[in-house]
Design a protein around this ligand. Structure first.
Ligand SMILES: [Zn+2]
Length: 345
């Protein structure tokens, strides 16, 4: 029997005299929510105040930009590192256009990149399922090699910073791969919360989460090719967050090509929503899970990224997120869910 989760939220009201209304007193409402998957809180504020613009991205594809790119064909063979021969024979892994190489500036012992394509610049509308799927499959080829070479590493992670607002410093599409025993604070909270839930109820937190969300249907985008999609109750990003969960996999080693095909197809639907809102940049994080995790399902979080003020390049994260460690969202997840759902068949 599933345990019904509680989605806790509190309203706040701010009152002041508004110069736009001849100094009438007005009330502005917002919310503080607590995420049952992490225990973290998040504010919903500034709703309806942000409008997004997609700039002209052509400058990213000028010949001089390509000539200095370390990931473009011709240069990448000369300037990207190679794996130790005893680890990966030949020095790199290749899946059609997707090339896995060590990160020249590693974040951890096993820190690598997937250069996703031969093309230097791929706008969101041209980011094909084939390119993304080959890149994920190449990541899995790498993860299997790591598991053979360094079996003590338990957590495998994929990160993707697409376009500059996301922190992506190189335009050429690429994924970050990590194998580590230190998967990060958010992941650690998820693991702790799932264990705590299991010890208390003998029930799997993420299954209970999915069951509860599917009954409420306020943030459930839908099942797309066996992947469950939700608008997160507490978003880590200012525009909101999409959460994709594999309900029938327990860990990275249960994930097959069909799972990744399903995820990629859903991502394409999500990107169509992004395009409709002038969103041209995002962060993607995939946590495929470990063999011994309790109550957690492999999942991905996708957060749109943008400049709050494109003229000054003011980012959508500030003191709140960095130092108060409190995410702020300008969209209600329930509204976001309704809008994203229109793009999922
Ligand atoms: Zn390039």
């Amino acid at each position: 029997m599933n345990i019904k989760l509680h989605f806790e939220k509190k309203d706040f009201i701010s009152r002041f005299h508004d110069p736009r209304k001849n100094y009438e007193m007005i009330e502005v409402k917002g919310e503080i929510r607590t995420d049952p998957l992490t225990g973290l809180t998040g504010h919903i504020a500034h709703t309806g105040t942000v409008s997004l613009q997609e700039p002209d991205l052509k400058e990213f594809n000028q010949p001089e930009a390509r000539e200095s790119c370390p990931f473009c064909p011709g240069r990448r063979e000369k300037v990207t590192p190679r794996f130790l021969e005893e680890f990966i024979s030949g020095g790199h892994l290749l899946r059609n256009e997707a090339l896995v190489v060590p990160n020249l500036a590693p974040y951890d012992t096993q820190s690598s990149l997937v250069i996703m394509s031969k093309d230097h610049f791929i706008p969101l509308e041209d980011l094909s399922e084939d390119i993304i799927l080959d890149s994920f499959l190449a990541a899995w080829d790498y993860f299997h090699q790591v598991n053979r070479y360094s079996p003590s590493l338990r957590h495998y992670l994929i990160g993707w910073n697409y376009m500059p607002p996301s922190g992506g410093s190189i335009i050429h599409p690429h994924l970050q791969l990590l194998a580590t025993n230190h998967p990060g604070n958010l992941c650690r909270l998820e693991i702790n919360k799932a264990e705590e839930h299991y010890l208390k109820y003998s029930s799997l937190l993420w299954d209970d989460f999915m069951e509860t969300e599917k009954k409420i249907r306020e943030r459930y985008i839908g099942n797309h090719q066996d992947v469950e999609w939700f608008a997160s109750f507490v978003s880590q990003g200012m525009w909101g967050e999409a959460l994709a969960v594999f309900p029938d996999a327990e860990s990275i080693w249960d994930i097959r090509e069909k799972h990744l095909c399903g995820l990629v197809s859903g991502l394409r639907c999500l990107f169509n929503y992004f395009k409709s809102k002038n969103i041209y940049s995002f962060n993607f994080a995939f946590y495929p899970g470990t063999k011994d995790q309790l109550g957690l399902r492999p999942h991905a979080r996708i957060v749109p990224r943008f400049y709050l003020n494109p003229t000054t390049y003011s980012p959508d994260i500030n003191t709140f997120q960095i130092l108060f460690r409190e995410p702020v969202s300008v969209n209600k997840p329930e509204q976001l869910c309704t809008e994203i759902r229109k793009h999922f068949p």
